[in-house]
Write a protein that binds this ligand. Structure first.
Ligand SMILES: Cc1cc2nc3c(=O)[nH]c(=O)nc-3n(C[C@H](O)[C@H](O)[C@H](O)COP(=O)(O)OP(=O)(O)OC[C@H]3O[C@@H](n4cnc5c(N)ncnc54)[C@H](O)[C@@H]3O)c2cc1C
Length: 376
C-alpha cells in the first residue's frame, strides 16, 4: 500500500500535456490531486509534438470542436502566465504566427475559406500575395499562388511546456509519481475507490484517465471499451547554418506539413500521419516525408544539420473528436484524452471543462459532444 497522507481527492492517470494541465486545474480548485505517470512526465506524444499553437483554423470543423478550440485559444495566455508565475519554469513559447502556402487553385480556395471562417470568429487572418509572402519569409520557393497569414499563435516545445505545467502543479501542492503506472482502477460496485499500481493500491474517490493512446489498455479493468487509436507521427529536427536561414514563422502547406522554429534554434519538420499501431520506430518513410516537406517549403534548409529524428503516437478516435467526461456506469471515474493532432492546442480548454465538471458535479453542456457514450 502506498501511503499518501491524506489520501488524494483525485488521481489523474497520465503525465502528458492533457493530464498535467488537468491536474493543475484541479489543484487550483483545491482538489488535492496525485498525478501518476508510467514513465517520465511529457515523454510521449507531448514530447514528439510539433507544438503549433493558435486559434482553430479549419473551416468546416464541427461546431463543438471549434468551440473547444476557441475556448482553449482564449484561455492560453492566462494559463501561460500562471504556469510561469506558479512554477517558475519558462514555457518555451514563441509567439511567431504562421504562413500557410497555397500552390493550386483548390488550395487557394481552402485558404480563403479558412480566412473567412477566422474573420467571422473575430480572429486575425489575411491572404497575402507571393511578393508579400517572400518579404515575410524569403526562404519560401517562388512557385506559389499566395498564402494564408496569421500573426496569432506560435509554437511550444512540447516536453518543456509539459514540464512547466507539471512544475506549476507541484508548486501549488500537487503530487507527481513518475515510473508508477496505473495497472487497474479499483471499484466498489459502481463507486471508484482508487487506483492499483505496481507499488500497491492508492485510495481516492475521483480518477481521470488521461493516458493518451495507452488509455485503451485501462478499458478491460473497468469493462468498458476506451477506443483510442495510436496515430504515428514522425519528424526530424534540423539546425540551420545561420539565424538568417531560420524560418521567422511557422511555415506550412495549407493542406498540412510544417517547418516549426523552436526556442533552441532548431527547426522541427513534419509530421507524417500513420495508422500502424503502437510503433514508434523512425523509418525511411518518415525521413523521406520530412525531406520532401523541407524541399517543398524551405529548400534553403538543405545544408542544415539533421540533429534529431523522432516518432510519437497521437491519441486518436474513430470520429476525430476527443473523449472527455464521466465514464458511464461509474461514480467518480472520468476520461480526458483522444485529442489527436491538436492536444497541445486543446489542453487549456479541455482541462478547465473537465476540472469544472469534477469540482461542481455539473458538466458543461459542451462536454456532451465529447462523451464516451457515443461509442457504446
Ligand atoms: C508528430 C506529432 C506532431 C504533433 N503536432 C501537434 C501540433 O502542432 N499542435 C498540437 O496541438 N498537437 C500536436 N500533436 C498532438 C499532441 O502532441 C497530442 O494530442 C498531445 O500531446 C496528447 O497529449 P496526451 O497527454 O493526451 O498524451 P501523451 O503525451 O501521450 O501522454 C500520455 C501519458 O500517459 C502515460 N501513461 C500511459 N499509460 C499509463 C498508465 N497506465 N499509467 C500512468 N501513465 C500512463 C504515458 O507514459 C504518457 O506520458 C502532435 C503529435 C505528434 C505525435
Amino acid at each position: 500500500m502506498i501511503e499518501h497522507q491524506p489520501a488524494p481527492d483525485a488521481i489523474v492517470v497520465g503525465g502528458g500535456i492533457i493530464g498535467c494541465t488537468l491536474a493543475y486545474e484541479l489543484q487550483k480548485r483545491k482538489i488535492n490531486t496525485l498525478l501518476l505517470e508510467h514513465g517520465k512526465i511529457g515523454r510521449e506524444a507531448s514530447w514528439a509534438t510539433a507544438g503549433i499553437m493558435g486559434p482553430p483554423s479549419a473551416a468546416g470543423l464541427p461546431l463543438h470542436r471549434a468551440a473547444l478550440a476557441e475556448i482553449s485559444h482564449k484561455l492560453f495566455p492566462a494559463l501561460l502566465e500562471s504556469v510561469e508565475e506558479d512554477g517558475g519554469v519558462p514555457s518555451s513559447y514563441l509567439p511567431i504566427g504562421k504562413v500557410l502556402i497555397a500552390r493550386t487553385e483548390d488550395e487557394v480556395e481552402l485558404a480563403q475559406a479558412q480566412i473567412n471562417w477566422q474573420i467571422n470568429h473575430g480572429i486575425d487572418a489575411t491572404w497575402i500575395e507571393p511578393d508579400e509572402v517572400r518579404q515575410l519569409e524569403p526562404m519560401i520557393p517562388h512557385d506559389i499562388l499566395g498564402a494564408f497569414y496569421s500573426a496569432d499563435g506560435g509554437t511550444l516545445t512540447g516536453h518543456r511546456w509539459t514540464e512547466s505545467v507539471a512544475a506549476a502543479f507541484q508548486a501549488i501542492g500537487g503530487q507527481i509519481r513518475e515510473r508508477c503506472p496505473a495497472v487497474s482502477i479499483l471499484t466498489d460496485g459502481e463507486r471508484v475507490t482508487g487506483v492499483d499500481t505496481p507499488d500497491g493500491p492508492i485510495s481516492t474517490r475521483t480518477v481521470v484517465l488521461s493516458a493518451g493512446a495507452w488509455t485503451r489498455f485501462l478499458g478491460p479493468a473497468i469493462e468498458r471499451s476506451l477506443p483510442l487509436i495510436p496515430f504515428k507521427g514522425q519528424m526530424i529536427g534540423v539546425l540551420p547554418e545561420s539565424a538568417a536561414d531560420r524560418p521567422r514563422h511557422v511555415i506550412g502547406k495549407i493542406t498540412g506539413g510544417y517547418l516549426v522554429p523552436r526556442i533552441d534554434g532548431s527547426v522541427a519538420v513534419g509530421a507524417s500521419l500513420e495508422d500502424i499501431g503502437f510503433d514508434k520506430r523512425v523509418t525511411a518513410f518518415g525521413l523521406e516525408y520530412a525531406m520532401e516537406l523541407m524541399q517543398s517549403l524551405g529548400p534553403g534548409l538543405r545544408n542544415a544539420e539533421v540533429v534529431s529524428t523522432w516518432a510519437g503516437l497521437r491519441p486518436g478516435t474513430a470520429d476525430d473528436t476527443p473523449l472527455m467526461g464521466p465514464v458511464p456506469g461509474y461514480d467518480g471515474l472520468w476520461v480526458s484524452t483522444g485529442h489527436h493532432r491538436t492536444g497541445i492546442q486543446l489542453a487549456p480548454g479541455s482541462a478547465v471543462l473537465v476540472a469544472d465538471a469534477i469540482a461542481t458535479g455539473k458538466p458543461d453542456e459542451l462536454l456532451e459532444h465529447f462523451s464516451l457514450e457515443r461509442f457504446s
